[in-house]
Design a protein around this ligand. Structure first.
Ligand code: SF4
Length: 109
């Protein structure tokens, strides 16, 4: 199932990690929630494919560890979401549709 583009309405903000908002529910290590707001990555869908890290022209993503998560032990954190230029490459290349980018959503600065 792809990331819910309406997560701001459907989820509660659960906190902050690595400078980005985290949208719950969160219950580690199995459930990690959606990370980021302008650039949002559903950590529970992410399989650490890495295409977003390779293709993002402004290096928004960094790897973070997610030990014992059922899908992958690394996740693409949108650490530098404020740099995003809305090219949508990451949305297009993600093989599991874990990423949603919305210019109308403001992330943390
Ligand atoms: S939309 Fe483009 S600039 Fe923004 S995070 Fe994705 S690849 Fe990077």
């Amino acid at each position: 199932m792809p990331i819910d583009p309406n997560f701001e309405q459907n989820r509660e903000k659960a906190g902050e990690e690595n400078g980005v908002d985290v949208w719950g529910p969160v219950d580690p290590p199995e459930q990690l929630g959606i990370h980021g707001t302008h650039v949002a990555v559903d950590f529970d869908i992410c399989i650490a494919d890495g295409a977003c890290l390779e293709d993002c022209p402004v290096d928004v993503f960094t790897w973070v560890d997610s030990p014992d998560h059922p899908e992958s032990e690394l996740k693409a954190e949108p650490t530098h979401e404020a740099q995003c230029i809305d090219c949508m490459l990451c949305v297009d290349v993600c093989p599991v549709d874990a990423i949603d980018v919305d210019p109308g959503r403001a992330g943390r600065i």
